[in-house]
Design a protein around this ligand. Structure first.
Ligand code: GLA
Length: 327
C-alpha cells in the first residue's frame, strides 16, 4: 500500500472513531418510578423494540424513591451507559438528578413526569416527553359531563371524587382540566371532594376515596377523576366497597393499558366508564430512539414533546385501540 493511501486510510479511521460510536457499544438506561404499573411495563417494552432495531443495550431499572434513583444512576455510570431516560418518583429530585447524571457523564432525558427546579418551575433544559395533560384532562371532563346528561342526573345530587396527587404538576393539570369542563357544564364546585393519594397506585386511591365516601354518605351518585387509570379504579373500587351500584358511578381514567382493558372485559359493566388512551409506544420507543440518536449521532433531542390521547369506552375500546395501532 502506498504511503498516501495508508495515510488517507489512517485519517479516515481516526475521524470515524472520533465522531461516531458503534451501536453495539451503546448502552441506554431507562429508569421508571413504578415498574409494576402496566403503563411503565409497556414503556419498557417499546423501548426494547428501539434497542433491538438499533442494536443498542437497554438497561431497565425501577426506582421507587430518591435513594434508589441516586444508586440507579451510579449503577448506570458504572456499567458504561452513555445516557438515560427517567420517570422520577418525585419531580423535586430534579436538581439532584441533573447533578448525578453530570457526575457520571450521562446524557439525560425525562419521560411522563417533568423535573422541577427548587422554586417549582419546570427544568426546561432537560429534554422531556409528557402527555398534553390539560387537554387530556378536558377530554375526561367532556366524557363525564356527556354521560351525566345522558343518564339524566341532576348535578346537584352528584359528588365528584378528585383523586389527587398535587405534588406532581402533570397530575394537577390532568384533574383540573377534567374539573374545569365539569364546572363549565354546571357541576357545583361544592360537590367536588379531594381524595389525596399517598402514591399513584390503585390501593392508595382506594384508601383516599373511601374517606371521601364515608364522609359524604348522603350522596348516592358519584363521578371520579384522577391522574391515571389506577387512581380512578381505586375510586371505583371504593364505591363498590360502600355498596354504591355500578350504574350510579362514572369514572373516567387516563392510560388505556391493561388495568383499563381488564375492567372493560368484565361481563358486567363497572363504574369504570372510560379512559383516555395515551401512547406508551411514543413514550418508550421514541424517547429511547431519541436518546440513541443523541449518543450515536450527536443529534440533540427536542426539548419538549407533548403527546395526545383518545377517549375509549367499554363498547368501543377495541375499535379505538385498533385505530391507534395497538393490538
Ligand atoms: C404519570 C403517571 C403514569 C402515567 C404517565 C403518563 O407518570 O403516574 O401513570 O399516566 O404519567 O405520562
Amino acid at each position: 500500500m502506498g504511503i498516501l493511501k495508508t495515510a488517507i486510510l489512517a485519517g479516515t479511521v481516526a475521524v470515524f472513531a472520533a465522531t461516531s460510536v458503534f451501536a453495539a457499544d451503546i448502552k441506554i438506561g431507562f429508569i421508571v418510578k413504578q415498574p409494576e404499573e402496566p403503563w411503565f411495563q409497556d414503556e419498557w417494552k417499546f423501548a426494547d423494540v428501539a434497542a433491538k432495531e438499533k442494536g443498542f443495550t437497554l438497561v431497565k431499572i425501577g426506582a421507587e424513591d430518591g435513594e434508589k434513583v441516586q444508586s440507579a444512576i451510579d449503577n448506570l455510570g458504572a456499567q458504561g451507559v452513555q445516557g438515560f431516560i427517567i420517570c422520577t418518583p418525585d419531580v423535586k429530585l430534579g436538581p439532584g438528578i441533573v447533578a448525578k447524571a453530570a457526575a457520571n457523564d450521562l446524557k439525560l432525558m425525562t419521560v411522563d413526569d417533568r423535573l422541577v427546579n427548587a422554586d417549582g418551575t419546570p427544568m426546561e433544559d432537560v429534554a422531556h416527553m409528557g402527555i398534553s395533560a390539560t387537554k387530556i384532562g378536558e377530554a375526561v371532563g367532556q366524557t363525564i359531563a356527556a354521560e351525566i346528561k345522558k343518564r339524566g342526573w341532576s348535578p346537584s345530587e352528584v359528588g365528584a371524587i378528585r383523586v389527587s396527587y398535587d405534588q406532581l404538576p402533570t397530575a394537577v393539570d390532568r384533574v383540573d382540566g377534567a374539573l374545569s369542563v365539569l364546572k363549565a357544564a354546571g357541576f357545583p364546585e361544592a360537590n367536588i371532594f379531594d381524595a389525596p393519594q399517598t402514591k399513584t397506585d390503585t390501593e392508595a386511591a382506594l384508601n383516599a376515596a373511601t374517606v371521601v365516601l364515608n364522609k359524604h354518605a348522603n350522596i348516592k351518585k358519584w363521578v371520579a377523576v384522577g391522574l391515571n387509570d389506577e387512581a380512578v379504579l381505586g375510586a371505583v373500587r371504593a364505591t363498590e366497597s360502600v355498596g354504591i351500584a355500578a350504574d350510579s358511578v362514572i369514572g373516567v381514567g387516563i392510560g388505556g393499558a391493561e388495568s383499563a382493558i381488564n375492567e372493560f372485559k368484565k361481563a358486567d359493566a363497572t363504574g369504570f366508564f372510560g379512559t383516555v388512551i395515551i401512547s406508551p409506544k411514543r413514550h418508550g420507543y421514541e424517547t429511547a430512539l431519541n436518546m440513541y440518536e443523541w449518543v450515536a449521532n450527536d443529534k440533540q433531542p427536542e426539548k419538549l414533546i407533548l403527546t395526545a390521547g383518545q377517549v375509549a369506552l367499554r363498547d368501543n375500546y377495541e375499535a379505538v385501540r385498533k385505530d391507534l395501532g395497538i393490538e
